[in-house]
Design a protein around this ligand. Structure first.
Ligand code: GLP
Length: 250
């Protein structure tokens, strides 16, 4: 795991986009693992800029997204399918047939989880996985739990996550309470992981990730065991590490 200091949000986004772009340049048929939330938006903007200015070619790329709310249609503006289309897919030359997101409308949880796990396996797993991090340390929607859950699963969202994500909805009552998420097997199997975090509200989660004990109550801490994970943070997200474990920043 490599902890990377970025001076601000734009610099964090540029570093993450460069790592992803390098993968696409060197391996045009790669499998990109993609994330939602506000943090990766700058990374996507930078990738779009590289597509427009530097001929970054997405035409052969496959994508798999981490998660999706259960019960939202693809055209619901809060679904992650909608988010990906608006923030990346519609701006680049990606083949929509090669994009994959859990189907939030599949009521049959076992069927959907097996289907999605098989989709990722059939692509040979993820080459580079982009991640954000929840305030409670979740990655994708792998919430704090007694165990690190391995496979794609449906999860009851914690109150903390529902409250944190309510800002995107008209009211907290509209936030779905269940989501499908990729599990730790595919995330840990990704050849490269790129986690982005900015802002003081992520400082505790980042401290727990890099300096805490690996523990499923702090889901991102599993990345301590990933051989090729880049944790890219701005100064505010690194503030607790700087205070309590400054040796990790050297
Ligand atoms: C959601 C997503 C996560 C994301 C998290 C943080 O819960 N499922 O993948 O990392 O939000 O979002 P933000 O970047 O807006 O803080």
């Amino acid at each position: 795991m490599k902890l990377i200091y970025a001076k601000d949000y734009d610099s964090m986004s540029a570093i993450a986009a460069t790592l992803i772009a390098n993968e696409v340049y060197t391996n045009p048929t790669c499998v990109l693992g993609l994330a939602t939330g506000s943090t990766p938006v700058g990374t996507y903007k930078e990738l779009i800029r590289m597509h427009k200015n530097n001929d970054l070619d997405f035409s052969k790329v496959n994508t798999v997204n981490l998660d999706e709310y259960k019960g939202l249609t693809k055209d619901n503006d809060q679904s992650y399918a909608y988010f990906m289309y608006e923030n990346l897919f519609k701006h680049v030359n990606i083949d929509m047939e090669k994009t994959n997101i859990p189907n939030g409308l599949n009521e049959d949880i076992e069927d959907e989880c097996n289907r999605y796990e098989a989709v990722i396996d059939s692509l040979g797993g993820v080459d580079i996985q982009l991640l954000g991090i929840g305030q409670n340390g979740h990655i994708g929607f792998n919430e704090p739990d007694k165990v690190f859950v391995s496979k794609t699963h449906a999860i009851e969202l914690t109150q903390n996550t529902i409250e944190a994500n309510a800002r995107f909805f008209n009211s907290i009552d509209e936030v779905p309470t269940v989501a499908y998420t990729m599990g730790n097997r595919q995330i840990m199997n990704a050849k490269t992981v790129v986690l982005v975090a900015n802002g003081a509200n992520k400082a505790q989660a980042i401290y727990d990730l890099v300096a805490g004990d690996a523990n499923p109550m702090s889901p991102a801490s599993i990345l301590q065991f990933h051989q090729n994970a880049y944790i890219i943070c701005d100064e505010a997200a690194l503030s607790l590490v700087a205070q309590k474990a400054p040796e990790l920043l050297k």
